[in-house]
Design a binder for this molecule. Structure first.
Ligand code: MRU
Length: 355
């Protein structure tokens, strides 16, 4: 698939650096208002991450990188090491914004590392690093799109979950990148999107995002997924990831675990698509991942209106962790791992990237 064909399916950019502010396509307002929220300091970026103005593991990491650039405007330092220590409180506030997606901590560690080798030119070094994180993410997504799509037989149907597209990344997307490339290469004939309760990333974001590129997605209730698989309409479930552990266990949006279980039962293949920035060899298995709990109000109402009896309680974990045994293929920009497990991950990610 050449670059021009892929570009046809790649229109949205959720993160814009203007030179003095970070503009984020406000995902709380989509699909009916396309508005950018403007952040002029790092705490506004942290709030935007916490409140889901920007969301999706890679997009959170990229935004945090630019957040550090903004934090740098508020301090003076003679060199990078001095700047690193002055910026530490701002970095910690950014890091605390959301716990599960490792891309946030990864991006902040990378910004910190850039500072430690920078001299008097540390402000420019930070800006270059934030830009590099963003550019590398886009390149990784395009590579993963091709690699993942090549696993899918022509004429297949796919089901995806949450939003893993341009909105969740620098552009093109992870699982949605595979879907874009698979549609462009005429391998994918049918796309289904789960609505992804309670925040409805699938219903509000994925369906809209694919529409922008002229790709029709059929929305299903999350609860319809097993029936969809049973009726033979999908051959792959294709999802993104928020943290991939050393043994291949993979945190992703709540509901992913039951999709993986159901896919196994129905002989549907389960593909995880994520850049290497989502791989976390320091977390041995899924049991060690902190699962974000969000406000029960997300479940107790809809669009700001209460729908559940007063006094009712709700439990709102927003990620779950399919164990690696349920994953048929893990696609990163470093290639495809089939049946991922600890030795396979160590072989690919246990050493620095050659690129
Ligand atoms: O709570 P969210 O919307 O940030 O959760 C996003 C997901 O779970 C995505 O599937 C994941 O971050 C991958 S995005 C390319």
């Amino acid at each position: 698939m050449d670059a021009a064909s892929l570009a046809r399916y790649d229109h949205i950019r959720p993160i814009r650096w203007t030179g003095d502010a970070l503009e984020l396509l406000d995902q709380r307002k989509l699909p009916f208002a396309v508005e950018y929220a403007r952040c002029t300091n790092s705490d506004e970026v942290a709030t935007a991450i916490r409140e889901l103005t920007v969301r999706g593991a890679p997009a959170i990491g990229i935004s945090a990188g630019w957040g550090v650039v903004l934090a740098a405007r508020e301090i003076e330092a003679a060199n990078g090491a001095e700047a690193a220590s002055r910026l530490q409180p701002a970095l910690e506030r950014l890091d605390a914004a959301r716990p599960t997606a490792v891309n946030l901590a990864w991006a902040l560690a990378r910004m910190r590392a850039a500072l430690h080798v920078a001299g008097a030119d540390w402000r420019n070094a930070l800006e270059r690093e934030a830009r590099a994180i963003e550019t590398e993410d886009l390149a990784a997504n395009r590579a993963m799109g091709q690699a993942g799509a090549s696993l899918i037989a022509p004429g297949s149907g796919v089901l995806t979950h949450c939003n893993t597209g341009s909105l969740a990344t620098a552009g093109f997307g992870t699982a949605l990148g595979v879907i874009r490339a698979g549609v462009a290469g005429e391998r994918i004939a049918r796309v289904f999107a789960g609505e992804t309760r309670p925040w409805n990333q699938g219903a509000r974001l994925t369906v809209w995002e694919l529409q922008q590129d002229g790709i029709d997605a059929t929305l299903i209730a999350d609860a319809a997924a097993s029936h969809l698989m049973k009726t033979g309409q999908v051959q792959w479930v294709v999802v993104g990831a928020d943290r991939i552990c050393a043994n291949g266990d993979t945190a992703n949006k709540i509901g992913t675990y039951q999709l993986a279980l159901s896919a196994k039962h129905h002989g549907v293949k389960f593909m995880v698509v994520a850049p290497s920035t989502t791989v976390d060899l320091a977390t041995p298995s899924g049991d060690a991942i902190e699962i974000e709990l969000r406000d029960p109000a997300e479940l107790l109402g809809h669009a700001g209106r209460r729908t559940v009896a007063d006094g009712a309680q709700a439990w709102n974990p927003v990620f779950d962790v399919p164990p690696h045994e349920l994953i048929a293929a893990l696609v990163t920009e470093r290639g495809v791992i089939t049946q991922p497990d600890a030795p396979a991950l160590r072989a690919v990610f246990g050493k620095p990237d050659a690129h």
